[in-house]
Design a protein around this ligand. Structure first.
Ligand code: SF4
Ligand code: SF4
Length: 430
């Protein structure tokens, strides 16, 4: 890596900056932690999962579980680190429901124990939905959890990669979860993992979720996994193997491709976004939220990005594993990016350390010249550094694998985005 990149931060000790200590003025310092109290353990075996392999990589026990002392330390430290009125916990994995309902009852108790007056604690739970029964849904409703349900579209699209350990389909189980969530009025949104297969079907996915399931919030997450993601941390890739944009090796399907077979094709990703965007604008503007479209509209209006991936800097989304180890980001859970352990440093000390600061700044500071000259720079900012797997047409490293698709999306939609932002601005000034 020729420039400052997130990997340079790993050599630094954890030195808290001034912002790690609450200021007398009570300045709001925002960061978020994705908690994985059950480690990478899951009850299904999705082929494209970016997290299952952590069982081996991090030498996790057979049944990883954040113990009481660590859970207490995490909840206390996280609450103490948040300045705002709203404190949002996010529970993920692996599959967090494998820990059982009593585990989450304990979570809520601990949150109440440490909750300061005048604050509001909220919980998000990302799940495959398979274990959600009446009892779970009663609890989720009573405690106002927001559920992120993984669903990749209608049956044929969902079942392509989301299978049980014995290779059986899971769509019917997810549909049962939808039914239970709706019956118990649990708030939920759909997390769609866009892969090489379902990327060809944007309208089927969108119409299925919004019209058949009545989903009003959709999160789109493109699958981009380098071939060696099981063992190699981002930015530690073999530089000799990095292909140039447009090369056959910079797409899925080639035996020597830089990405896995199930990764999304970058050009298909652009087409997918453009087609879904038009469907959304024509039918559901203001009624259905799609994470990438919402932030694009906001950014065109001159507002800050709502997502780390399209922000100028990042580093405000840490991850904590079952044993209390804290990492720079959910997508950087590799030994090279471990910050410290919750029993050794507070979350504030880690989140506002010079090492984490450098990690976050590198999102902008490591951009290749091609991005700096890009007309869409202020809406994209080189997308997520973990996807900067390819070289620019003039051979510079650090270009995002999805670049051609992102450009295609903005080529197609920028006039509409500008029109939308003007309408919204006029409405706001009335
Ligand atoms: S590395 Fe990627 S996912 Fe992680 S905080 Fe930065 S932009 Fe977000
Ligand atoms: S669209 Fe491509 S060139 Fe432009 S900022 Fe994003 S990754 Fe860089």
């Amino acid at each position: 890596m020729s420039k400052t990149s997130p990997r340079h931060s790993t050599a630094m000790p954890i030195v808290p900056m001034k912002t790690a200590f609450k200021s007398a003025q009570g300045n709001e310092r925002r960061f978020h932690v994705m908690a994985k109290p059950g480690g990478a353990k899951c009850n299904i075996d999705c082929q494209y999962c970016f997290y299952l392999h952590k069982e081996n990589l991090l030498h996790q026990p057979k049944q990883p579980k954040m113990d009481d002392e660590t859970l207490d330390a995490f909840i206390k430290s996280y609450i103490e680190s948040q300045d705002g009125e709203q404190i949002v916990f996010s529970w993920q994995g692996g599959e967090p429901t494998l820990l059982g309902l009593d585990y989450f009852r304990k979570v809520v108790e601990l949150q109440k124990k440490y909750q300061p007056k005048g604050t509001r604690i909220e919980n998000d739970l990302q799940t495959n939905g398979i274990l959600l029964n009446d009892e779970w849904c009663e609890f989720l409703h009573a405690n106002n959890f927001l559920v992120g349900l993984s669903i990749d579209g209608p049956q044929e699209l969902h079942d392509k990669y989301r299978k049980t350990r014995s290779g059986k389909p899971t769509f019917h189980l997810v549909m049962k979860a939808v039914e239970k969530l709706q019956q118990h009025q649990v708030r939920f949104n759909a997390l769609v993992t866009v892969n090489r297969h379902n990327v060809k079907h944007p309208l089927e996915i969108y119409r299925f979720l919004t019209r058949e399931l009545g989903v009003t919030y959709i999160q789109l997450a493109p699958v981009v996994e380098p071939n060696d993601f099981h063992t190699t941390a981002p930015q530690f890739w073999n530089e000799q193997m990095i292909p140039e944009m447009g090369s056959e090796l910079a797409k899925p399907g080639h035996p020597m491709s830089v990405v896995t077979d199930w990764s999304v094709d970058p050009d298909d990703w652009g087409e997918f976004l453009s087609v879904m965007f038009v469907e959304w604008v024509n039918n559901d503007l203001g009624r259905v939220l799609v994470n990438l479209f919402e932030t694009a509209v906001a950014q065109v209006m001159g507002k800050p990005s709502q997502l780390c991936i399209t922000a100028e800097f990042c580093g405000k989304g840490l991850a904590i594993e079952h044993n209390g180890d804290v990492y720079s980001c959910d997508h950087y859970v590799y030994p090279e990016y471990k910050l410290s352990n919750i029993h050794d440093h507070t979350l504030n000390e880690m989140a506002f350390s010079t090492r984490q600061f450098t990690f976050g700044m590198a999102k902008r500071d490591s951009l290749p010249e091609y991005c700096k000259q890009c007309p869409y720079l202020k809406y994209c900012w080189g997308e997520c550094p973990k996807n900067r797997l390819i070289k620019t047409p003039d051979g510079e490293q650090g270009l995002n694998y999805l670049c051609s698709g992102i450009r295609r999306f903005f080529d197609d939609t920028l006039p509409m985005l500008v029109g939308l932002s003007q309408i919204l601005q006029q409405q706001n000034t009335k």
